[in-house]
Design a protein around this ligand. Structure first.
Ligand code: ATP
Length: 362
């Protein structure tokens, strides 16, 4: 086992005015990870990133980078480099000068600067624009300048604060793949802050989901999506149907419960009799049929189509069931005729396999 590159130990940050932005967080980030801090606005993710960079000081706790306690190390002496949301490139300098700047001020020899800048520009595919000024470039290109400028300094950890939020949707998609490729090529640990779950899911090797200054779950994208720990994570990562239920019986790993709009269902869980749970199921795991499915093993209900939204590749269908239970279903529009094949007001059956249900006890 290699030593973690970043260790966060019982770190808290309390701002004047009493706001607890980060509340006793502990976790490790491994070398070469693409790690995302994800959460809604105000959850403390930027504050945590700024504490790793040294721009903010923890109220209590310890931050170790490369095995060393950073308590007394100022930002410019840390083996980290930060790429800001606004890119912060110098408009009056050429791309080449921008990328060289940080090396110059730390006294790197001119020949070495030349070599490193050429390498940096190559990494972000900007060699052909070396003589341009940032104000003659697109947002995506400016972002690459900022990345090259941070990477040429060979930090052990690159910190990225919402790096794609100023780009339009198409460019953001392209840059996600670019960033993933870049991280794999340079072999530097990336820590990215984002409130955009798609961004985190598509780029990160692991994600810490934060809420109100605390970490709710740290896991791989697939683990978070398929095995969320609680309602908050299930709801924040992707779309989910949450069905309230009460456990009425338990035998080994099998439970029987009474679920809103579904009635009696059998599932796998170790939940106690009498406890309130939520059955979570992702919209793409639900199937719609016109007739009642024959199997008793599956979970099913009859309902009425309330809304159909067509998105080209998929349709989003909302089914109104009993007892106020609404279910969202994602239908793949596989045929070129008719989209989802159902229309508003139609009576349909919704069903899914018990193993596609996630039982949440928190
Ligand atoms: P966003 O996505 O909106 O940037 P965030 O998850 O990054 O949100 P932070 O910026 O870390 O959240 O802020 C966490 C909490 O700390 C918020 O309630 C914020 O108002 C507060 N906060 C941040 N910086 C300061 C400061 N310098 N002084 C006082 N309170 C602050």
């Amino acid at each position: 086992m290699t030593e973690p590159i970043v260790s966060i130990r019982n770190v808290s940050k309390k701002f004047s005015g009493g706001v607890i932005a980060v509340d006793n967080i502990s976790f490790d980030i491994d070398q070469n990870e693409f790690f995302a801090l994800l959460g809604p606005s105000g959850c403390g993710k930027t504050t945590l990133l700024r504490m790793i960079s040294g721009l903010e000081t923890p109220t209590s706790g310890q931050i170790m980078i490369g095995g060393e306690d950073m308590a007394l190390t100022p930002p410019n002496k840390r083996p980290t480099n930060m790429v800001f949301q606004s890119y912060a490139v110098f408009p009056h300098m050429t791309v080449e000068q921008n990328v060289a700047y940080g090396l110059k001020v730390t006294g790197v020899a001119p020949d070495e600067i030349k070599r490193l800048v050429a390498e940096g520009l190559e990494m972000v595919k900007l060699t052909h624009l070396a003589e341009r000024r940032p104000d003659q470039m697109s947002g995506g290109q400016r972002q690459r300048v900022a990345l090259a400028r941070a990477l040429v300094k060979r930090p052990k950890v690159l910190l990225l604060d919402e790096p794609l939020s100023a780009l339009d949707a198409k460019l953001r998609d392209d840059m996600r793949m670019e960033l993933t490729r870049l991280q794999e090529t340079v072999g530097i640990t990336f820590i990215i802050v984002t409130h955009d779950q798609d961004e985190a899911l598509s780029m990160a090797s692991r994600i810490a989901v934060m809420e109100k200054g605390a970490v709710q779950q740290i896991a791989t994208p697939v683990e978070l999506y398929e095995h969320p720990k609680n309602r908050f994570v299930a709801d924040f990562i992707g779309k989910v149907n949450l069905i309230d239920a009460t456990v009425t019986g338990q035998k080994g790993k099998a439970i029987t419960c009474d679920a809103k709009g579904l009635g009696k269902v059998e599932l796998t869980s170790a939940s106690q009799v009498g406890s309130a749970i939520a059955i979570a199921v992702r919209p793409e795991k639900l199937k719609i049929g016109k007739t009642e499915p024959k199997s008793d093993r599956i979970l099913k209900l009859q309902g009425k189509v309330r809304d159909v939204a067509y998105y080209g590749d998929t349709s989003h269908v909302v089914i109104e069931g009993k007892d106020g239970l609404d279910l969202s279903v994602n239908v793949q529009n596989e045929s070129r005729e008719g989209g989802s094949g159902v229309e508003r007001g139609q009576k349909v059956w919704v069903h899914w396999a018990p193993e596609d249900s996630i039982v949440l006890t928190e």
